[in-house]
Write a protein that binds this ligand. Structure first.
Ligand code: NAP
Length: 288
């Protein structure tokens, strides 16, 4: 793709947004704001790679497409058979590990990478950290904040799927497995439970525990529908990943409403890349 030089720069009011480095929050200062403003007027066009697969990636690509200072490519893993359209040129499929991603960054003259993958997509995020370091390309992680327990919530917080399967206990229970299809095989070690698995794409049948009903659904889900589903299926406990965000939160509220326990699977470690929850901060990063 040809390199398009800078066009009329446009700088939004986003320079004061916070970016987090690891767990430490770093404010973008006024003086940095001024230097970003002058850089934006002088610098060549930025070429962003957005690693996608999340709502945040979709929102960011719309902002990039509307910003004349920026070119961008969105990258999808290719897990979804009919992905929704994006506002940017889209590439699909793995890069071939760290080495392949490093080569891609250099060959495509990528100037900035935003890792806007799902918070549980640990491998591509680790690869992005390593490849960006190798290629000398700045990286920002854009992710939604995790959910925190509210009053009335009965959460069992666990580290991973294996711990979630153990947390269900020995006695048979009716379990709402709201984790998507990835990792469902980890619950085959607890075959005494009756599972209700909700997915977007069909799971591999060999991955399912022996007693498992599969239903299909894509968020956003309404609270009343989640309450009705849990009641109708006589669910006794909910298992979910701590994905965060509004689209999938209703099941947590439904469990709270019905006084059910939730086994909450914690996010995988995210390394020390600079991180933000804010689209405007990601746009400020891309303009830097
Ligand atoms: P993963 O385990 O972190 O990644 C596995 C491999 O898939 C990566 O090594 C990479 O292959 C490729 N890949 C992943 N995301 C990619 C992307 N955006 N562009 C190009 N290649 C990508 O990922 P996952 O958990 O299987 O998730 C796959 C995708 O689904 C992610 O993009 C994620 O945002 C989305 N998603 C995941 C979840 C979840 O719960 N894990 C939920 C919703 C959506 P190479 O090594 O060959 O580059």
């Amino acid at each position: 793709m040809p390199w398009i030089p800078d066009r009329a720069p446009r700088v939004g009011n986003d320079m004061g947004e916070a970016i987090m480095k690891g767990s430490v929050e770093v404010g973008v200062t006024d003086s940095l704001s001024s230097s970003l403003l002058s850089c934006a007027a002088l610098a060549p066009c930025r070429r962003a790679l957005v690693l996608g697969g999340s709502t945040e990636a979709r929102m960011l690509t719309a902002c990039i497409a509307a910003d004349p200072r920026l070119e961008g490519v969105i990258s999808l893993a290719g897990r979804t058979s009919a992905p929704q359209a994006y506002d940017l040129p889209t590439r699909v499929g793995g890069f071939g590990g760290i080495e392949g991603l490093t080569r891609y960054l250099l060959d495509e003259r990528i100037t900035h990478v935003v890792d806007a993958t799902h918070p549980f997509a640990a491998r591509i995020s680790a690869n992005a950290r390593a490849a960006c370091a190798a290629a000398g390309v700045p990286l920002l992680v854009l992710t939604r904040p995790p959910w925190a327990p509210a009053q009335g919530d009965r959460w069992m917080e666990v580290a991973d799927n294996a711990a979630a399967a153990r947390a269900l206990g020995v006695a048979p229970r009716r379990v709402f497995l709201a984790i998507g299809r990835q990792g469902v095989s980890d619950f085959r070690v607890a075959p005494q439970h009756d599972y209700l698995l909700r997915v977007i794409e069909p799971p591999n049948v060999d991955d399912l525990p022996p007693s498992c009903e599969v239903i299909f659904g894509r968020g956003p889900f309404a609270l009343e529908d989640e309450v009705a589903l849990i009641r109708d299926r006589r669910i006794e406990i909910v298992v979910t990943k701590n994905s965060g965000g509004a689209l999938a939160y209703a099941k947590i509220e439904a469990a709270r409403t019905l006084g059910l326990s939730v086994v909450m699977i914690a996010r995988p470690a995210s390394g020390d890349a600079a991180t933000t929850h804010d689209i405007d901060a990601a746009m400020a990063f891309l303009a830097s």
